[in-house]
Design a protein around this ligand. Structure first.
Ligand code: PFF
Length: 525
């Protein structure tokens, strides 16, 4: 593998691109409603626990897997994980581990973006409507009519075109330069909205001041602490840090071989958490609380696209603040979706020899196709149930990320062991101490993820997600068809992903796989 790969142009560019990858709709659209519907302050306790016990160790692992893979010419997870696994097992077993990981990353990058790109499009559309007063008449109901109107898909296509143009230009001129502009603007918008939010007072009800909203998120009511909130917190950590997706590893594959990944991982996490907890937490939750009260803020998609437009339409200067909010969502979404887009372009480059520009157009068409069911469901059924979206998100955006994270931590912590620690620390200004690796990577992190996965599966079972007609569509059985269409698509994409990864590894490492001997030099000490 001697093909030359592009590298990041500067340290600041790398950090902003990685922060752009992590800081996404997960921080501003997902975090506020997940936190609000899982007990507010009580949610923050398992959240910080999961940040330390899962977030930091898995982030270090992913940077290190990516940098090592990049050194060997790989930007995708199948061959990267094969390289890790074969240090401790025979190539024929390692190829299975690699293919499973490659399969999940393939599924996530295709399917999470299949809906995520729509949310980016909605954000742009809502920014436009904020400025033109589009939702002023009926802010709460506007979202439903918006997604049922095929005209609005134009914003989705614009969003996809932005992604295509950025990725086409490559790592430095595309991804890095976009992040250098969009990320600072995003933080500035977030800070302005945060200040506006805290100076709102109590416009609707004297008990609902924005400061009371802040209290809601920062003052834990321990009686609200539950397994369910812990599960939601761990899931949020995976999603918000872009873990278990293949995209941190892909970005890390463009690093120089001894670039400091320990510091960079900590910087990525810090920038992400600032955006999520400080900006997402102070800008969104208190604004929503001030206008809607403690019960009103517990929406899902509703919070960002129904409740907040409601707020902006009554607030002085609401058009501008609304536009700022939705542009913030747009920038956050674009700088994250670029990473998934780039993963697929890298896959085409690496496995099919397709050059970047052509690859970017192929992925563009691919995303139009996989995004179609989301658009069609609302348009054809004239509803805003988004059942197909929910089902795909349940399996791909919530569940499989964690499975991938678990495989990675076990391979690194238990198969590669000390060698992995050495690799992680190479070039680092700070080093991960041995005790930390032993305590976290080998014990606490895998045990926490396994426990979490068991409860998560149980909850899915109880919630009826394994039934042909899941409980969440029991009231609208005619929508079961969209659920099952979602399942078929998930299954088909995963199957293709497995075969693709298997073939990719097999082609690259044919000889050693046929011999199937453990390479003595690579065996662990
Ligand atoms: N960390 C990202 C977020 O919080 O939104 C996760 C993500 C989702 C990244 C979708 C990229 C993407 F396309």
């Amino acid at each position: 593998m001697t093909e030359s790969r592009e590298n990041w142009g500067s340290k600041i560019g790398l950090i902003l691109a990685m922060a752009g990858n992590a800081v996404g709709l997960g921080n501003f659209w997902r975090f506020p409603y997940v936190a609000a519907s899982n007990g507010g302050g009580a949610f923050m306790i398992p959240y910080f626990f999961a940040l330390i016990v899962i977030g930091l160790p898995v982030m270090l692992v992913e940077w290190s897997i990516g940098r090592y893979g990049g050194k060997h010419g790989h930007g995708t997870l199948g061959p990267m994980m094969y390289l890790q696994a074969k240090q401790a097992m025979k190539p024929k077993k390692a190829i299975i581990v690699g293919s499973l990981c490659g399969m999940i990353a393939f599924g996530v990058t295709i399917l999470v973006n299949s809906y995520y790109n729509h949310i980016i499009g909605w954000s742009l559309g809502f920014a436009f409507n904020s400025l033109t007063g589009g939702y002023k008449g009926d802010p709460g109901g506007f979202f439903a009519s918006y997604i049922q109107d095929p005209k609005n898909l134009v914003f989705w296509v614009i969003a996809l075109l932005c992604l295509a143009f950025a990725v086409m230009k490559g790592i430095q001129k595309g991804i890095e330069s976009w992040a250098k502009v969009m990320m600072p603007v995003l933080y500035v918008f977030g800070i302005i909205l945060g200040i506006r939010s805290l100076t709102l007072g109590a416009p609707v009800n004297p008990d609902w001041s924005s400061l009371a909203g802040l209290n809601y998120i920062w003052n834990p009511d321990f009686s609200q602490l539950s397994w369910q909130s812990a599960i939601a917190a761990a899931g949020q950590i995976f999603f918000t840090l872009s873990l278990g997706m293949g995209i941190i590893q892909n970005y890390a594959s463009y690093l120089q071989p001894d670039e400091d990944i320990v510091t960079a991982s900590v910087a990525t996490i810090s920038l992400n958490e600032f955006a999520e907890v400080i900006l997402g937490g102070t800008a969104v939750i208190p604004i929503a609380y001030a206008f809607l009260g403690p019960e009103g803020i517990k929406g899902s998609i509703g919070l960002a696209f129904m409740a907040l437009p409601n707020v902006f339409s009554t607030m002085t200067g609401g058009g501008i603040f609304g536009a700022m909010w939705f542009l913030l969502l747009f920038f956050a979404g674009v700088t994250s979706a670029i990473a998934m887009y780039n993963y697929l372009v890298a896959l085409l480059e690496e496995d099919a020899g397709i050059e970047r520009k052509k690859g970017a157009w192929i992925v563009f068409v691919g995303y139009l196709i996989v995004g179609l069911p989301i658009a069609l469901e609302s348009i054809l059924t004239q509803s805003a149930n988004l059942v197909y979206f929910t089902e795909v998100d349940n399996w791909i955006g919530n569940y499989l990320l964690i499975v991938l994270g678990l495989i990675e931590i076990i391979v690194i912590g238990w198969c590669v062991k000390d060698r992995a620690l050495e690799e992680m620390n190479r070039g680092g200004l700070w080093k991960v101490p041995k005790w930390f690796f032993r305590l976290f990577h080998q014990f606490l992190t895998p045990i926490t993820i396994i426990t979490f996965l068991v409860f998560f599966t149980r909850d899915y079972w109880i919630a009826g997600n394994f039934k042909v007609v899941p409980s969440y569509v029991a009231e609208i059985p005619e929508f079961a068809i969209w659920v099952n269409l979602g399942r078929i698509v998930v299954f088909a994409v995963l199957l293709i992903g497995f075969i693709q990864s298997y073939k990719s590894i097999k082609t690259k490492y044919k000889d050693e796989i046929e011999k199937n001997e453990v390479n003595e030099k690579e065996v662990n000490k």
